[in-house]
Design a binder for this molecule. Sequence first.
Ligand code: HEC
Length: 374
Amino acid sequence: MLKLLKWIDYLTHGREGVATSWPLPARIVVVCFLFSVGIGFISALVNLHFQEAGPGKVLPDGEDVVRAYHGEPGKTQLERLLSAPEALPFNGSGSMRAAFTEKKGGGLKSAMKAVAAERSMDLAIPAEAEHAKAEVLRRRDGERLALIAWIRSGAPESTFDEKGFELKGDLAKLPITKDYLVHGEGGTVKVHLQAIVTDRCCRCHAKGVGGSGAKYPLETYEDVKDYLIPDVNQGKSLDHLALTTHVHLLAFSVLYGLTGMLFALTAWPLWMRLLIAPAPILFAVLDISFWWLARLDEPYGPMFAKAIMVSGGLVGLSLGAQIVLGALGLFRLPGKIVIVLIMIVGAAIGLGIKVKVVDPYMAKQIAASKHLVD
Ligand code: HEC
């Protein structure tokens, strides 16, 4: 079999490792090209982190890709906006969770003062101020979870106003600002959800407040009801998919076509070039087809959405192999040593960035989501 393949290659081409005999400047250009593709790929991963990964996660996991590509059919838009990761865009297709946090919460100072008064803390002491802030955020998150519980219970109009929505079981233990609690008879804990929506949302979502949020008032139950219709399908919309598909496919074909072609011309054994050279293009096509298949109904849609992690990972692995092996495969031993040294320096810089920038950032993100009760 291998002999046959070699023979075919010999007949149709004849010479192994064409690129090894290219003039040095040409090979240097190729190495620069491969390395810049590598850096580009890493920044694509950073973008993926910001677009789709949940808080405290480096890259999206199964849950994140299913949410992004399959959507959450049956969930109402309101629940989705209240539960999706805060890092998503602050609009109707992303997340409104930031309205409960430091990012867009507002009124944090006065809420901290209230907590400080209640617990006789001194906000002038940084540690106590930090503590008061954490408590405010914990309570706000409790309010958010109470709203979600109400939505999941069918969002009945009768429990939205000051009569209160009863928090049962574990929900009764949610930390919630006292002002919103309505203590009913027999020790039941009820919460005034409309007041929460007014305080957390109507700063932007009320007629006449200005800003783009004012177009979507949330002042009454009737207003809120517009966002309580279960969605049939979300995930990526068809026009979004059509756009990203053609942009990605055209760009990737050129990019992976070039890296693959260069790899195919190196001096690595024929079987290796046969396997690795076309791999990124093939996996990228597979990956994009999974984007579309992820729209299918359960159980297939979520399965294809999760498969995106596999196909995406394979694109990354095979491209990485092309970059590393491709650069090495262009040179004889002395050149190979130089390439390895460059890669070691690159990896050291990457490690430095990880320790100095990425790790503290992730730790901060995890700390910020710690006060959340899930
Ligand atoms: C700091 C201002 C602000 C706060 C606070 C805020 N939002 Fe928003 N909201 C926006 C903006 C801006 C948009 C995007 C509007 C647009 O698409 O033009 C938006 C969009 C929405 C939409 C989608 C509207 C539509 O039909 O496209 C909903 C629903 C929503 N917000 C709910 C909420 C809820 C619930 C809260 C409270 C927990 C909240 N928002 C708090 C600013 C805010």
